[in-house]
Design a protein around this ligand. Structure first.
Ligand code: HPA
Length: 281
């Protein structure tokens, strides 16, 4: 079956944002950040005060999330007293979506007024000292998805050739480290490598990634970060290491294990992001 063609440009994001705003009763408070919750990390949505959940399926331009463990909701609310917008669930290219659709929610977060994009994901640990449950602040990424959401005519407001020398905002990374020490969460630092999936890697691929300079590997985030940079959002991102990457332990990999490890690290992740939002200007 051919998936329906969806419009994923800047005007479509404005339409989705207008729909979401229309659900708010009373005054619209522009969010200080837009947050995407990775596999197993959806618990942060429960920390939202005055939460208003909106299913993806209601929002124009959003397909239904198909991955187990992704609730598929946009949630408006307050975290540490500040207005934020969260996405519990995201669109992956392995679901058959083009990169432009994988990145579309970031356009919508921007259209809702969020100046900062906070990405989170579940990832396999490539660095040999990483253990399940570790949190890693993404310092940089490698795009081995070989797709880019900006391919095609330039959308109004997009940068044609975005600079990627510092995609993960240095000041926000420093703020995340401060937040981590304030709440006593230990935070690693490393390079995230995005692959298409949906297979996990082979041990030979993991050894290759190690040589390329990757510390963690996953199947998301890269298109979103590219989009955020093209539209002028500041980015910060945290990976939850849910497993040692293939071949680095005797374990076989499963989505169930990834979800379990994500949930086990959930408390630390929630404390970290809440404290970070508290410190956002
Ligand atoms: N590889 C790719 N994606 C992942 C992994 C992994 O080992 N763990 C969680 N997401």
């Amino acid at each position: 079956m051919t998936p329906a063609i969806r419009a994923t440009g800047a005007p479509d994001a404005q339409a989705a944002a207008a729909f979401i705003r229309g659900r708010v009763e009373g005054d619209w408070a522009a969010p200080v950040a837009g947050i995407v919750l990775g596999s197993g990390l959806g618990g942060l949505a429960q920390q939202l005060e005055q939460a208003l959940p909106i299913p993806f399926s209601h929002i124009p331009g959003f397909p239904v999330a198909t991955v187990a463990g992704h609730a598929g909701q946009v949630l408006l609310g307050r975290l540490a007293g500040k207005p934020v917008v969260m996405l519990a669930g995201r669109f992956h290219m392995y679901e058959g979506h083009p990169a432009s659709l994988a990145a579309f929610p970031v356009r919508v977060l921007h259209a809702l007024g969020a100046p900062v994009y906070i990405a989170s994901n579940a990832a396999g640990g490539v660095r040999r000292t990483f253990a399940p449950g570790d949190l890693m602040l993404i310092a940089d990424h490698i795009n081995l998805m070989f797709r880019n959401p900006l391919i095609g005519p330039t959308e109004p407001g997009d940068e044609r050739f975005p600079d990627m020398s510092d995609p993960y905002d240095p000041a926000l990374r420093a703020l995340m480290r401060e937040a981590a020490s304030a709440v006593g969460v230990s935070l690693q630092d490393g390079v995230y490598c995005g692959l298409l999936g949906p297979t996990y890697e082979t041990p030979a691929e993991v050894r290759m990634l190690e040589r390329l300079g990757a510390d963690a590997v996953g199947m998301s985030t890269v298109p979103e970060v590219i989009m955020a940079r093209a539209i002028g959002m500041r980015v910060v991102a945290v990976s939850c290491i849910t497993n040692k990457a293939a071949g680095l332990s005797a374990e076989r990999l499963s989505h169930a294990e990834v979800m379990e490890a994500g949930k086990a690290a959930g408390g630390q992740f929630e404390a970290l992001i809440t404290e970070f939002v508290r410190r956002l200007p």
